[in-house]
Design a protein around this ligand. Sequence first.
Ligand code: NDP
Length: 249
Amino acid sequence: MRFSKKTVLVIGGNSGIGLASLAAIAEEGAKVYFTGRDQTTIDKAMEQVPGAIGYRIDLTDGPAMEQLFQTLKDKEGRLDVLFINAGIGGFASLRDITEEQWDQIHSINLKGCIFTIQKALPLLDKGSSIVVTGSIGGHIAMNGNTMYAAAKGGLHAGLKVIAGELVTEGIRVNIVSPGPIDTPLLYRNPGITDSDVDKLRDRLTDTVPMGRMGKAEEVARAVLFLASDEASFITGANLCVDGGALELR
Ligand code: NDP
């Protein structure tokens, strides 16, 4: 029960890696709050994870995020763990990318994540731990991944600086970088068909030395480790959970 008496907020906790992490943290005794955009899956997550309280908030909506942190300040005073997991994909080759897609990916995957930390600062103090979901896509060149790679790579770089700035306040900041993980993210491209998803699965599986995609629960285990006091001497780290896809290339 590594999280007993701890208060945890998961940004993007109603699906995939965020939901698996939310459930695992709650099982280890935490009081859990989470956000998402889709009310149906927020309601399902609240049913699935007893005690979890979900809020429908887009993390790019600055005033709504500020209101969330004020609400949590009034209710709880502080956060032990902030897990920022929200993110979207977006494959397109250089010839096809649009400024609109670029801005959307960057406003969620990069700017939204960084400003969420800034807004949460009044709830964070000595002993608090921040974990953010990066991606091995932010470390490697994969054709068609310019927008996502640039956003996640920028996120990794910015978080390293933030880890340095917050270390003297006793706040740890770490990144979990998943490789290909089988989650609803795969189905979210507009117009994607089941056979496209199968092809994408095969293409992604080929990049993994372990020969399979990962499961959301396998990423959650790394998130819980970095969020917990077990990782009390770790900050600024970027832990890949990728079946060897980055290190064994
Ligand atoms: P999912 O699509 O299942 O989950 C994405 C989560 O982010 C959902 O909870 C979604 O909420 C939330 N979210 C997205 N945009 C916003 C927003 N603007 N405001 C608030 N919440 C938002 O995919 P995964 O679980 O796979 O993705 C989780 C993270 O893991 C992402 O950051 C992704 O980039 C990263 N990742 C995933 C990999 C994979 O192979 N699956 C590989 C590497 C990194 P809602 O459903 O309500 O929109």
